[in-house]
Design a protein around this ligand. Sequence first.
Ligand code: F6P
Length: 482
Amino acid sequence: SPTAPPSSVRAGVLLASNRGPVSFTRGEDGHLSAKRGGGGLVSGLSSISGGPGEIVWVCSALSDGDREAAERSPGGRLDRSGLFDQGAAVRMLALDPKVFDDAYNGVANSTLWFIQHLLYATPTNPSFGPEFQRQWTSFEAYNRAFAEALAEEAAEGAKVLIQDYHLCLAPRLLRDLRPDLRIGHFSHTPWAPPDYFSLLPDKAAAEVLEGMLGADRVCFLTRRWAEAFADCCERVLGRRPGAHTLRVHGLGVDAPALRKRAAAADVAEREQELRAAIGPNRQVIVRVDRTELSKNIVRGLEAYAVLLREHPEWRGRVVHVAFAYPSRTDLAEYRDYTAAVQRLAKEIEEEFSTPELPDWRPLIVHVEDDFARSLAAYRMADVAVVNPIRDGMNLVAKEIPIVASAAGGACALLLSREAGAHAELGEASFTLNPYDVNATAAALHAALSQSPAERAADCARLAELGGALPPQSWFADQMDEL
Ligand code: F6P
């Protein structure tokens, strides 16, 4: 290819994910500025050694700024200066916007995400007609673009780690282009059982599984999701992957880095603001999510309303702090869900606010993304609610106890048995059936009724478990296995 880098700067380690580690925005002064993203993979990178040119991260250009940056640089490969300690380069793929929309919004988020999180209401949805056919063709093209970019960037025998459902076809396509590479695929989502996975058209279902099996290692966050994948392979392809192919790598929090971030001045400032809004001598129930259908925010808020109705003794003595940050707002289902969350929040405020308790706000909701404010809420949490319908892992469940205990508090965790994190944290949590609003309300009551001393041992245990599998070792273990 005319854009391929010379072999001297080809990479020995490559990452591929839809959302990359950096995003570009054009400032008022007209300059494009790069912002480093958070997240486990970015911190995991710090554990890799290697000189410049050693690591290349291939991702999609998502914003207008990204597109501009990618189109300006040869092959879309952006400078390696300063973004990462180890000097990784980023290659952004600026695909045709229609192809990208079909692949990301149509197939990845409206179809595969819905399948893996059991989100369809099946009497009407899904329905795979001609529109899906077109979207699937775009999804194949999107995966091919990643495979081709990786094939161009990779040195002989390089290790390639491909992330998530967006790129489930890429391992097989890359294997065909470059049989010399060592390829891993990692799913950060849950995996659906065969009866549900088989809602997909047969050809697409087989392509997803065969696509992932093009990797040397197919990795999941928990044994449960790995086994569901193997069950789907057996049902759809008539064969199970071998033990060497199917791997489990749990992912936890970089606890020292998180504690340091939570001790910063901007977090203290937000904490003061939140404390003023909450008032003295009140327990704090905290939840922090993307406004995401699978996070089950509506049932969580309904459970809080049931608590206040059935146990009026908590009125005035507890405040629910619920942060629901915008996500995937291109999709109508997400916009509708956001509206449903906001409607219910308003109803709760109207039902329970009373002139008898003029300084009590039963519910404090924020929808603008602000990590410092999330950390401030973590510091104050007496009870944390993590009740997803399904979740690959859920790092909030791990972060809150780490930050709460570092702040000298102790919080109880209400955790859905359908979150991957439950396999690790279940022993020290209140286990939830995410569909059971009454039982969730009862668990809230039980957790609020505990004394801080009663919570302390479980909170300390949760903090320890949450930091047990830091991103650095998660990444290094996968590199070793490849
Ligand atoms: O694995 C799920 C994931 O892709 C994560 O990277 C992240 O939690 C979330 O989904 C983000 O989704 P999006 O990139 O669509 O905002």
